[in-house]
Design a protein around this ligand. Structure first.
Ligand code: NAD
Length: 495
């Protein structure tokens, strides 16, 4: 293991930084220094915004043919694939996620860049030919301008890849602020973009903390849009900070996602999915299926199946190819998870599995944990824990299952397990969430839109309309032939 020292990336080059203002990143699994990043200042953030502004106002990126922008995105996809092993290793060392999973995420991210390239060539306006024989209207799709992209630590390259290629495809220029815990792959990506032919200043990366870097991006009048993925609490701050110039705001926030299990489901497959749904990325996942809602008739036997699988889950060194669950990202998150577990016991839930720190060596690991006898009002049923903690609740009827599913402030995703098509569709319609999985979880591709209801966010990413939020629609209205004078009558016609 060796330490990487990164600078900001502004206007096509590493930007000189103050060596005393560095953020040190220790691998959460090994407690070894793996990276240092610049702790960005107000001036550095403003320099990046100015570079993006120049690249937007003076071009050529916003006015290039879609095919030319698509070519850059496709080359970037290829470069991500070529560098996948190095990128995956950076993510594992900085975030604690298993190396096998990190490799899958690099492949997934590359696929999104290819998809965005296809959309870059299909972006178009519309025409209206039905407003009168002497009138013709049409719309132009134009890039929204300078976009700030603020991302979290749980899927660093994947989440920036849900935003950046679509912003670029639309012709926007960007300033990206990755998480202060996992900035490495975003900075690498900026270099790959240059290698792929992206003009200087079109994509800038400023590292550092939410205060001041994120705040300045959200407030700044030269930024036209902010696209944020992270916690609901910070999402609220972004909305407040963005008021000054009424910038466009897109938010992808937290979740407390239910996995609803009916007795007629393939219970073996459902148990496997429940284990995956909660312990994938150690539960540090916005889509984490952290509440399992069980029909009372199968609750105990089903939880036995889940617990049996969870007990044998390989937890440990994320560099070990066999590991399925790695380390918890940082001390604050680790403490918060243990605090939530303590609250579960205090409020009367029954600990069926886990609940403790795992191991006594370096790094921070938590046992796969299951609570049963949970009620909807308990903290572990309402709050996003963002850790490997599953809360089991019971229901008797489909209506009750839907009510329970909707009993939190969030609405990101839900999984429903039943072979009964009526019941499946009733749940799909009744549950207020941006994504409903039927007899599966976390499946599907970037062709499908993603985003949240309620406090899980504003707007959608991915899918065929993924460029739309990075555009403005301009209406052009043409009058054909002579236009009748409606207001001003010539003096000689007045008599
Ligand atoms: P976070 O909200 O703490 O931080 C996210 C980003 O915002 C970081 O880059 C951080 O530096 C920055 N930030 C912090 N304060 C800021 C401020 N005042 N102004 C502007 N930026 C600021 O989130 P996190 O801990 O990095 O990530 C975990 C959260 O992200 C969870 O709540 C999770 O559900 C959510 N998440 C959502 C999705 C989704 O697609 N819905 C995906 C992944 C993660």
């Amino acid at each position: 293991m060796f330490t990487e020292h990164y600078a900001h990336w502004i206007d096509g080059r590493p930007s000189p930084i103050n060596p005393s203002a560095r953020i040190e990143r220790l691998s959460p699994a090994h407690d070894v220094l793996v990276a240092t990043y610049a702790a960005g200042t107000v001036a550095e953030t403003e320099k990046a915004i100015a570079a993006a502004r120049r690249a937007f106002d003076h071009g050529p990126w916003p006015s290039l043919p879609g095919a030319d922008r698509a070519a850059v995105l496709q080359r970037t996809a290829a470069l991500i694939r070529e560098n996948a092993e190095a990128l995956a290793r950076i993510e594992t060392l900085e975030s604690g996620k298993p190396i096998g999973q990190a490799r899958d995420e690099m492949a997934w991210a590359a696929g999104i860049w290819d998809y965005a390239a296809a959309l870059a060539r299909t972006l178009h306006g519309d025409s209206t030919n039905t407003i009168g024989s002497n009138q013709l209207g049409f719309t132009l799709k134009e890039p929204v301008g300078v976009v700030a992209l603020i991302t979290p630590w749980n899927f660093p390259l994947l989440i920036v890849s849900q935003k950046l290629p679509f912003a670029l495809a639309a012709g926007c220029t960007c300033v990206v602020k990755p998480s202060e815990f996992t900035s490495g792959t975003t900075l690498r990506l900026a270099r790959l973009l240059q290698e792929a032919g992206l003009p200087d200043g079109v994509c800038n990366v400023v590292t550092g903390y939410g205060e001041p870097v994120g705040r300045v991006l959200a407030e700044h009048r030269e930024v036209d849009k902010v696209s944020f993925t992270g916690s609901t609490a910070v999402g609220r701050k972004i909305v407040a900070a963005s008021h000054g110039n009424l910038k466009r705001v897109a938010l992808e926030l937290g979740g407390k996602n239910p996995q609803v299990i009916f007795p007629d489901a393939d219970l073996d497959a459902a148990a496997d999915a429940v284990v995956f749904g909660i312990y994938f990325n150690a539960g540090e996942c916005c889509n984490s299926g952290s509440r399992v809602l069980l029909h009372r008739a199968i609750a105990d036997s089903f939880l036995e199946r889940v617990a049996a699988r969870a007990r044998t889950l390989p937890v440990g060194d994320p560099l070990d190819e066999r590991t399925k669950m790695g380390a918890i990202v940082n001390e604050a998150q680790f403490d918060r998870i243990l605090d939530c577990i303590a609250s579960g016991t205090r409020e009367g839930a029954r600990l069926l599995l886990g609940g403790k720190r795992l191991g006594s060596g370096p790094g921070r690991f938590i046992e796969p944990t299951i609570f049963t006898d949970v009620t909807a009002s308990m903290r572990i049923a309402r709050e996003e824990i963002f850790g490997p903690v599953l809360s089991a609740l019971c229901f008797d009827t489909t209506d009750e299952a839907i009510r329970l599913a909707n009993s939190t402030a969030y609405g990101l995703s839900a999984a429903v397990w039943t072979r009964d098509v009526d019941r499946m569709l009733t749940c799909a319609r009744g549950i207020r969430a941006g994504t409903i999985w039927g007899n599966t979880i976390m499946e599907g591709g970037c062709e499908l839109p993603f985003g949240g209801y309620g406090q899980s966010g504003i707007g959608r990413e991915l899918g065929p309309d993924a460029l739309e939020p990075f555009t403005e629609t301009k209406t052009v209205m043409l009058h054909l032939g002579p236009r009748k004078n409606l207001w001003h009558q010539p003096p000689d016609s007045a008599s």
